[in-house]
Ligand binder design. Structure first.
Ligand code: ATP
Ligand code: MG
Length: 392
């Protein structure tokens, strides 16, 4: 029996005239995600993608990989057959037998959809025939239209028809590369990997910048960030990460500015340096993992003071999420266990005892004027380490 993966997309279906572009991008992304899975064919017909992969890979492995491609609403494992009612019915019987090998099924319901309107039978007749054949040929089954143990979906199309049961949800969103590129400020924490993932889900490619305070922060702390980047790249594809030493800047702030403004001032430097890196790398926006009210530097006045440091738009996809919700996402996408490994971050090295929670912008600017901002930014940019991360 020929097995195919039926891939349905959500929001792309609403794209009107631009739909073919989004579909093409989606197909490209699926091919990249499955580059090690020997894709035998991938084609699109009437709003559905059909993928055939070499059978040496388990269905679970293929599905796990497809699910990481943004833009996909659901994936189903389907049996393909000719559009002929007897063949459809026979295939449905075999499909049910296969399902029953893995799952305890006592009741079922057939649903039929006729994409091919000229087919000589209407949907209720198809359901009756297929359901009847299953009941006749397999013992111990009953139809339950309200709460069946399993569904048998029959999708009748012009050339071939498809039998499947489950729709496994994808993440939705839009294909990567359909919404420009953002530069993610990636720390070793829980939030920023989730923020990058969320923007990638809306079609934005990501690159990253990471700040450290070596030798106050360790080599291992940097490795942890690269590990996080690798997990994010399973969804967002290969990306570049610029690694910048912030130590000199932090020492200058510590020496010349009020202690309680340390975090806000270093955050402003991070933004300024990131803006330059973003422009050099053709990124349209910065992305941070900030969430309003989460910590002292993320109060509304803290965010205002941070924002003022740059002209480039700053995307903060977590802005209104509670920490528990961010943690749930990070567990789901696989970054949580790495994020909670206890390594120091450059912010924690110089953490003020009582950080300002209501920083006045004029005060912050006054403190900042005690420093050679331009010169410090230029110095930091002189010694940027570059790493490429990829999901393999
Ligand atoms: P996270 O869990 O992402 O570390 P957080 O709640 O600890 O976030 P902060 O440390 O205040 O929050 O940082 C807020 C945001 O600033 C981060 O989400 C990240 O985007 C950016 N950021 C913080 N530290 C760094 C760093 N060392 N390198 C790059 N970006 C950073
Ligand atoms: Mg942090």
């Amino acid at each position: 029996m020929k097995k195919v993966f039926l891939i349905k997309y959500g929001e792309i279906a609403l794209k009107g005239l631009n739909k073919p572009y989004f579909e093409r991008m989606l197909m490209q992304r699926i091919k990249t995600a499955l580059r090690d899975f020997d894709v035998l064919s991938l084609y699109r017909s009437e709003g559905v993608l059909y993928l055939e992969a070499d059978q040496r890979h388990s269905d679970e492995a293929v599905i796990a990989q497809i699910k990481k491609v943004f833009g996909i609403a659901s994936v189903s494992i389907a049996y393909e057959t000719e559009t002929d009612i007897q063949k459809i019915s026979d295939t449905a019987v075999q499909f049910m037998e296969e399902l029953m090998r893995h799952k305890d099924i006592k009741t079922f319901k057939v649903s039929a959809k006729r994409g091919f309107k000229q087919f000589h039978m209407k949907s209720p007749e198809i359901c009756r025939q297929v359901g009847g054949d299953i009941l006749r040929q397999i013992n111990g089954l009953q139809v339950d239209v309200h709460e069946p143990d399993c569904f048998i979906h029959v999708d009748v199309r012009r050339n071939n028809s498809y039998i499947y049961s489950e729709k496994i949800s994808g993440y939705g969103g839009l294909p990567l590369g359909t919404n420009g590129k953002g530069l993610l400020l990636l720390s070793g924490g829980i939030d920023s990997p989730v923020a990058g993932w969320m923007m990638a889900k809306r079609g934005m490619e990501v690159e990253a910048v990471h700040f450290h305070s070596y030798p106050y922060t360790s080599e291992r702390a940097k490795e942890k960030v690269l590990d996080l980047a690798k997990i994010v790249s399973q969804y967002s594809g290969k990306f570049k990460i610029s690694i910048v030493n912030l130590l000199n800047i932090q020492q200058q702030i510590a020496e010349k500015c009020p202690e309680d403004e340390m975090t806000i001032l270093s955050r402003r430097f991070m933004m300024k340096i990131s803006e330059k890196i973003a422009v050099q790398n053709h990124c349209h926006a910065l992305i941070t993992g900030e969430s309003i009210g989460q910590v002292a530097s993320q109060t509304i006045l803290g965010l205002v003071a941070t924002d003022e440091a740059v002209h480039i738009p700053v995307m903060r996809p977590l802005i209104a999420l509670d920490k528990v919700d961010i943690i749930d996402i990070s567990k789901d996408i696989g970054t949580y266990d790495t994020s909670i490994l206890p390594f120091e971050d450059c912010c924690t090295v110089f953490l003020p005892k009582h950080p300002v929670t209501k920083p006045k912008l004029e005060r912050i600017l006054e403190s900042e004027s005690l420093l050679d901002v331009e010169g410090l930014v230029e110095d930091a940019l002189e010694d940027v380490e570059i790493e490429m991360v990829d999901f393999l």
